[in-house]
Design a protein around this ligand. Structure first.
Ligand code: BV8
Ligand code: ZN
Length: 258
């Protein structure tokens, strides 16, 4: 059963767990980018999309039903991500990864590039990347210039996706939609890293979306210490040895003070 700690009273043994880990694995979700200003999946949508939840739009069915609405949502999200900066939580993970003697593996459910822009190397984007595009029909990768939306304002109207140069199909974002398989290698490599880890830290995820949310179970079955960083209780909290109840941008730098 997990012990929950406020960010201003993190026990030394939790800081020691982090300091002594030689093969830590960090698994992150939308919450780690929240303090950068990137909305999480649980947050309410505004503008063109206010009558939809993110989950309603992140699917093949939604794209087929209204390609312009879904395409514009992704292009708007891209422009917001381009306009914001990594936060101290992203930076703390990158600094931890660079410590001598530490072989830290980082995998994320996030489709943004904020971990990379903080200087971290990411083993796997389990749900793809919002900056990759491919043809919806023939899977041909497609390079596109950035959208010219203002990421802090919702775009005025939905615009249809461009078409593929090879087969005239619509271009789609290179993310994993609900009902789609995760990239097998990305998932398997992350699972292998969790199995070999001497510490697993889970930050900023509600632990709802499968199969990513089952990765911490691979640590639990081996008795590998598990730490959660999240201001709220989640589906994973009861698996954890320690839960630090605070925002990752505040907690992660403190965990590394060791
Ligand atoms: C699959 C990319 C099957 C897109 C995403 C019924 C119908 C269809 C499918 C299912 C179903 N029931 C179950 C499923 C499976 C489904 C699923 O798990 N559904 C859930 C809702 C029950 N999973 C899938 O569909 C997956 N594929 O199963 O394929 C299959 C099998 C065989 C063959 C073919 C197919 C695919 C799932 C991937 C979906 N794509 N993203 C995009 O970005 O647009 S998921 C998306 O949502 C995110 O990537 C992320 O993974 C997830 C949101 O989760 P979080 O990251 O946790 O974010 P969330 O907003 O939920 O929570 C934020 C957390 O941060 C909170 O806990 C909050 O407290 C915390 N927080 C807030 N602020 C901070 C903070 N933490 C720290 N610091 C802060 N400052
Ligand atoms: Zn095509």
């Amino acid at each position: 059963m997990s012990a929950a700690h406020p960010p201003d009273r993190i026990p030394d043994d939790v800081v020691q767990l982090v300091a002594q880990a030689r093969r830590p694995v960090v698994l992150t979700g939308a919450g780690i980018s929240a303090e950068s200003g990137v909305p999480t999946f649980r947050e309410v949508q505004t503008g063109l999309w206010e009558r939809f939840s993110a989950q309603d739009l992140a699917s093949v069915e939604a794209f087929e039903a209204d390609p312009a609405l879904v395409w514009t949502w992704y292009r708007w999200r891209q422009s917001l991500i381009r306009a914001v900066e990594p936060n101290p939580g992203h930076i703390a993970i990158a600094e931890w990864q660079q410590l001598p003697g530490v072989g830290l593996t980082l995998s994320t459910q996030n489709v943004d590039d904020l971990h990379e822009r903080a200087g971290a190397s990411v083993l796997a984007h389990l749900h793809g990347s919002i900056f990759a595009h491919r043809c919806f029909s023939c899977d041909e990768p497609v390079e596109l210039p950035d959208a010219d939306y203002d990421g802090f304002q919702s775009p005025p109207a939905a615009q249809p996706p461009p078409t593929c140069g090879a087969c005239d199909g619509p271009v789609r974002p290179g993310v994993v939609w609900f009902g789609e398989m995760l990239p097998t290698e990305a998932f398997e490599q992350t699972a292998a890293a969790v199995r070999a880890a001497d510490l697993v830290l889970v930050a900023g995820t509600s632990g709802i979306v499968q199969p990513a949310a089952s990765l911490p179970l691979l640590a639990l079955e081996r008795g590998t210490p598990l730490i959660e960083v999240n201001p709220e209780e989640t589906e994973l909290s009861e698996l954890m040895d320690h839960c630090v109840r605070g925002p990752s941008g505040e907690v992660l730098p403190k965990l590394l003070r060791g």
